[in-house]
Design a protein around this ligand. Structure first.
Ligand code: ATP
Ligand code: MG
Length: 361
């Protein structure tokens, strides 16, 4: 192994190195909507909502992940169920740390409960547009959650690695990762990001668009969960051959009482159209700013789509029409970033390449 293993931090005590020897190497994607953890050499072991529920006053934790997500919007005054990330970056450091700690312990659980105190080496993805302060918060949360070494990987680079692209070739590859809080757009060549854009607009924004639309059109207040469900079930980026009707339920803003209205897939598409346009414009900007040789490569190979937001029906068709380039939806797009972060720790040669090119800190 290379010099990277000698990444001593003087604030660690010798016991940390002892437990570290028995701990796993982990790739982590602390996403705005979902946290994913991949154990190096084993694969993705955690895929849970980034939600924490706690007692409001004492901050005592009640639930983390899917259990906590069920509580969102349904808690009494003494309990808070909250999402500790917003727009791809940490919004509540304490809760982000608790969530990471919980999942780190979960992947280390063995029948013998050994190691007792996991001290893993962690590669964690951060949005390419995150500020130094935001990066520092991610690194601090991981360290406080038990990591003995932390590597920050730029999210589009992690997505490209996870999608299996040969990123170290002198050839342009384009990746678009649409998550819940951010859309990462990048052209990569020779192990580095040549041009990128990190938009703080993605799946959450589309849910907000649907809420605003039904409020304005039907005077109906829709919850975030229902808005997300209608997006996933009936949302689309491109007209389908057969449009369908759907019923959505919420609260009538005039009477305050429950009400159901009939809307259509076309209306849901109209509701999210501005957000889709922002993403398309971002993609076009990145193409425009890229050197022509790399754009030629992308035109031949196609644009790779990753992230949960890329699952919106008709995205590849809309993008292909707008950019006149082939588009490829990665298989299991939600886990591409986390798989890429694990690869960084698994493959020494890759590690050195992307470190040299500046996508790893
Ligand atoms: N079939 C689908 N159609 C449309 N959107 C979907 C679908 N499945 C999941 N999503 C959306 O994908 C988003 C979650 O994706 P993902 O887990 O990649 O985000 P994240 O990594 O948590 O967020 P970020 O990368 O922005 O921090 C949510 O907004 C969710 O509503
Ligand atoms: Mg993500």
């Amino acid at each position: 192994m290379g010099a990277r293993l000698v990444n001593f931090k003087f604030n660690l005590n010798p016991l940390d190195y002892f437990w570290g020897a028995f701990s796993l190497d982990l790739g982590v994607d602390l996403g705005t909507a979902n946290t994913k953890i991949a154990v190096c050499g084993k694969g993705v072991m955690v895929r849970e909502p980034t939600v924490v529920a706690a007692h409001k006053k004492t901050k005592q934790l009640l639930a983390i992940g899917s259990e906590a997500k069920k509580m969102l919007g349904k808690t009494p005054a003494s309990i808070i169920a909250t999402r500790p990330l917003r727009d791809g970056v940490i919004n509540d450091l304490d809760f982000a740390e608790s969530l990471l700690k919980h999942f780190i312990h979960k992947v280390h659980q063995t029948p013998t409960s050994f190691p007792k105190i996991p001290r893993p080496k962690i590669a964690i993805a951060v949005p390419s547009g995150a500020t130094e302060v935001e990066r520092r918060a991610v690194s601090d949360a991981a360290t406080a959650a038990g990591a003995r070494e932390v590597y920050l990987v730029d999210e589009p680079m992690a997505a490209a690695l996870g999608a299996g692209l040969p990123i170290d070739e002198p050839k342009g590859h384009m990746i678009v990762d649409i998550g819940a809080g951010t859309t990462e757009i990048a052209i990569i060549s020779l192990g580095g990001i040549v041009v990128s854009k990190s938009l703080r607009v993605a799946g959450d924004e589309m849910d907000g668009d649907i809420i605003s639309y039904t409020r304005a059109r039907y005077n109906l207040l829709l919850g975030e969960k229902s808005a997300e469900e209608s997006k996933i079930g009936y949302g689309s980026a491109y007209p389908a051959r057969k449009e369908s009707k759907l019923q959505i339920s919420g609260r009538d803003l005039a009477t305050g009482l429950p009400v159901a209205v009939t809307t259509s897939t076309g209306e849901i598409r109209e509701a999210i159209s501005n957000t889709l346009r922002t993403i398309i414009e971002g993609i076009k900007d990145v193409i425009e700013e890229s050197p022509p040789e790399l754009v030629n490569d992308v035109a031949q190979e196609g644009i790779y789509l990753t992230g949960g937001g890329a699952l919106l029906k008709g995205w590849p068709a809309l993008l292909a029409k707008e950019t006149r380039m082939p588009t490829i939806l990665a298989q299991d797009p939600l886990t591409r970033v986390v798989k890429g972060t694990a690869k960084v720790l698994e493959d020494d040669r890759l590690y050195r390449k992307i470190k040299f090119a500046g996508s790893l800190r």
